[in-house]
Design a protein around this ligand. Sequence first.
Ligand SMILES: [Zn+2]
Length: 187
Amino acid sequence: MTPSTSGATDPDRVVAERALAELTLRRPWSMRRFVEELSLQRGRPIEIVEGLGEYESIDFSGIWIPLPEKDLIRHRSEVTAIERDGIIAHELGHIVLGHDVSEDERLEYYSRTTPSIPAAVIQRLIDQQACLRSNFDAPIERQAEWFATLLMQAAEELSRPLLPDRELSPRQRRMLERAAVVFGWSM
Ligand SMILES: [Zn+2]
């Protein structure tokens, strides 16, 4: 799942790292809460929907559909919770990194939309073809995948118990628990 160019100086990784550093990741980790907080931070709702809906027949795991009022992420339904979060993380990467269609394209498709599929969605579909997680040719796909990889690594860290049960004296434990409260971590 990690792009083949894995050096710390990989420019696509650096882009993803910088974007992630701007975001708030909290204990206990929850993708749902992260998405809610990200929505608030951006002032634009991100909605996660299980199932690919009208795109079910197309062979990819997730899709980002920018709508006028919100960003919609659809993910395949027959996946494990970890796979689901990985798919969502990748699509969030596109959103956070601003891999959007231009304003002009947007306006153009909004003006002539409704029942027909918007041009931006077509564009997304085209992008997503390159996004089947083995194909990192497009820089935006590499960046989104780096974002997903780094976010999922951070999520794993935040999902681990904060304190090792043994090795701590009761006093040390109380000190750490107090520190955790100060930092807003739940234990
Ligand atoms: Zn993608």
